[in-house]
Write a protein that binds this ligand. Structure first.
Ligand code: C2O
Ligand code: CU
Length: 484
């Protein structure tokens, strides 16, 4: 291992010249029960649901002894699950007890820009940041993680990530598994690697411009977890919380399972699949049926017909499900879920293009003082996102949920026909996304759009947009001086 020193990300990257062999990751014991993040405690004050979160340092057992230094929220590693209902007002008091500044971003949340927790809402050590907003979007499995510019990869890799579940009446009217931790399981899937002394290894190979690829998969921080299944169906809220690695989830017996939701909410109807890709930042809700007494493993398999990229396309064993001999609970998934009215293409008044290449977007690297796009509140827009082919990327937009209109001119696969906030952009491909912006306006504080491969984001594959009141200028040059 040679320390080559600095990249834009800082001194923490050690560049390794030895790369792990591909597609040969070690056997997994499945000897630890899957940890389930606690539901965060909250209290209602003057009609507002209040959560207290503290970012802190600690030590955790990630399978290499009890003393791996980690970061967590209200604990040593990861974070409690926040949960609130559509229509509720929430306030989160976020205290930073780390030794350095960070932020906390509500990924997938429609929220005023000043409450978004992006790179402009830094929380200094010892400070408390207290955003509040009204939950105004459908039931979904969102998540939250730090977003300090240039440092997001390191802060997430250390363990700062949690889920934020939104409930609503349309979802609760459906006969779906929803007993948290019993038949409704958050699954935060993250790959990690370790030095011999058990500390987290954040190095990247010389050949790995995409970022950190680990050799150990943790689910909710548990290496090689098993799940004792007591119900006929189990809902998994899958989150790819990894820095870099895309997964291609399937079961070892290739069984069908039902995709019921995407990043931003439930699908109109379940989609039956045998495998499901998820890139970093994406979520899916799936329902899996089990037979009494069986054991089945969740895996990630190499892409059929070719690799996504070297080192990011291994066969991985993720979790083992062990069904009891008598199973209760919900037996089947409803045929119809919720309405997801397609946004009509004709409603779009603006089209914008985003070319992902190198570590920039449209040839520009992220600049916190530059506004890239200005959007009129309430507008429907089509964003064309192209991967120029020199790397692997996905694309995430803050504040809005979008629908995928097409991928290289063709209809998206059925499991992508729901609300999304992050989407894989294959090499040499062009996606068209359609979205309707909301009414949280701010002429100074922007939202972000970026590649969610965190090293790319940190190195500058990110841009900033304002949502401004109707009638305001939409010329970015009019605003860029105001931010900093
Ligand atoms: Cu999950 Cu801008 O991030
Ligand atoms: Cu990228």
């Amino acid at each position: 291992v040679v320390v080559l020193g600095l990249t834009a990300v800082g001194a923490w990257i050690t560049v390794s010249v030895v790369r792990a062999p591909l597609n040969t990751l070690g056997a997994v014991a499945f000897d630890r029960e899957l940890a389930i993040p606690d539901l965060a405690e909250s209290r209602v004050e003057d009609g507002v649901r209040v959560f207290d979160l503290t970012m802190q340092e600690g030590r955790s057992d990630l399978g290499r002894g009890p003393d791996t230094p980690t970061w967590g929220i209200n604990g040593a590693h990861l974070a409690p699950t926040l949960r609130a209902a559509r229509g509720e007002r929430v306030r989160v008091r976020v205290t930073n007890r780390l030794g350095e500044a960070s932020t906390l971003h509500w990924h997938g949340m429609h929220v005023p820009a000043r409450m978004d927790g992006g790179p402009h809402q830094m929380i200094d050590p010892g400070d408390t940041w207290t955003p509040d907003w009204r939950i105004d979007q459908p039931a979904a499995s969102l998540w939250y993680h730090p977003h300090p510019h240039g440092q997001t990869a390191r802060h997430v890799y250390r363990g700062l990530a949690g889920m934020f579940l939104i409930d609503d009446d349309a979802e609760s009217a459906l006969d779906l598994p929803r007993d948290y931790g019993i038949d409704d399981l958050p699954m935060i899937v993250q790959d990690r690697k370790f030095h011999g002394d058990g500390t987290l290894d954040a190095s990247t190979s010389l050949f790995q411009s995409e970022g950190i690829i680990g050799d150990t998969v943790l689910v909710n921080g548990t290496p090689g977890p098993y799940v004792d299944v007591t119900t006929r169906t189990v809902r998994l809220r899958l989150l790819n919380g990894s820095n870099t690695r895309p997964y291609h989830f399937e079961f070892d017996d290739h069984r069908e399972f039902a995709v019921i939701g995407t990043d931003g909410g439930l699908l109109p109807a379940p989609v039956s699949v045998r495998s499901l890709p998820l890139s970093p930042g994406e979520r899916a809700e799936v329902v899996v049926a089990f037979r009494p007494g069986e054991r089945v493993r969740l895996q990630s398999t190499p892409t059929p017909g070719g690799s996504r990229f070297a080192g990011g396309d291994d066969h991985l064993e993720i979790a083992e499900f062990r069904a009891a001999h008598h199973l209760g609970g919900v037996a089947t998934v409803p045929d119809r879920l919720v309405a997801v009215p397609p946004i009509p293409e004709a409603a779009a008044t603006v089209t914008r293009s985003f070319a992902l290449g190198g570590t920039s977007i449209n040839g520009k690297a992220m600049d916190m003082a530059r506004i890239d796009e200005v959007i009129t509140a309430g507008a429907t827009e089509i964003w064309t996102v192209a991967n120029s082919g020199d790397g692997v990327h996905n694309f995430h937009i803050h504040d809005v949920r979008f629908q995928v209109l097409d991928i290289d001119g063709g209809a998206p696969p059925p499991h992508l026909r729901g609300w999304k906030d992050t989407v894989w952009v294959p090499r040499d491909s062009t996606l068209r996304l359609i979205m309707r912006f909301g009414h949280h306006t701010d002429t100074e504080v922007p939202y972000m759009f970026h590649c969610h491969l965190l090293r790319h984001e940190d190195e500058g594959m990110m841009g900033q947009f304002l949502v401004v009141p109707p009638g305001s200028s939409t010329d970015a040059a009019d605003y860029s001086a105001h931010t900093g």
